[in-house]
Design a binder for this molecule. Structure first.
Ligand code: GRF
Length: 203
């Protein structure tokens, strides 16, 4: 399967997925990594591994629609089977999400439906939550609202800072995202009319 990954920053999830493809744990290949910022650290890491990279800055566009249309066209040149959002910090237009419906995944650092949006680790701490975690979901037009495929939970300890929690969550991200991508690339995972299907069974 052909995979395009979108990032805005470090790209550690992107790297975890590239690693799993190289080890043939995932039956797929990351054919391009695209960032909305030239400064995204993950771009250099992907280029070092021989992957095509693009920085498509949103700053050069007048509207969200115009940017997303250009991004969609760029992604489509790679004819991907799967588009992966891995720390891509943009709100997506409905047209864009519809175009990639059923073939776009996101990872969100909370136990959805809790804490959609940003600052999830601090919000979990502020709420006094005893557990926190991360979710992989299909992308729909509702921000962080698409059907969840897999979650991992982590404990919240007394005295944890946001950074502690983030590090604990990141470890789990690097486990569950490659696993979900593997399921998709093995044709085991799909978004059906009733929601997520794994091995043709509703989740
Ligand atoms: C991750 O915490 C992910 O859940 C969130 O953005 C972060 C990206 O981290 N959506 P990285 O760039 O993959 O290291």
């Amino acid at each position: 399967k052909r995979i395009v990954v979108l990032i805005s920053g470090t790209g550690s999830n992107m790297q975890a997925i590239v690693d799993a493809c190289e080890k043939q744990q995932i039956n797929g290949e990351v054919v391009a990594v695209i960032a909305n910022k030239e400064t995204a650290k993950g771009l250099g890491k992907a280029a070092d591994r021989g992957i095509a990279t693009h920085a498509l800055s949103h700053k050069a566009f007048d509207s969200r629609e115009a940017y997303d249309a250009e991004l969609q066209a760029l992604i489509d040149t790679y004819q991907p089977d799967l588009v992966i959002l891995a720390g891509f910090m943009r709100i997506l237009t409905a047209d864009f999400t519809r175009h990639f419906a059923g073939r776009m995944l996101n990872i969100h650092p909370s136990l959805l439906p809790k804490y959609k949006g940003v600052n999830t680790h601090q919000r979990a701490l502020d709420a006094g939550d005893k557990e926190h975690g991360v979710s992989v979901h299909f992308v729909t037009e509702e921000l962080d609202g698409g059907p969840v495929v897999l979650q991992a939970k982590v404990p919240v300890f007394e005295g944890d800072t946001g950074d502690d929690l983030q590090a604990r969550v990141h470890e789990q991200e690097h486990r569950i995202y490659p696993l979900v991508v593997k399921w998709f690339c093995d044709d085991r995972l799909a978004l059906g009319a009733q929601g997520v299907e794994l091995d043709n069974q509703p989740l």
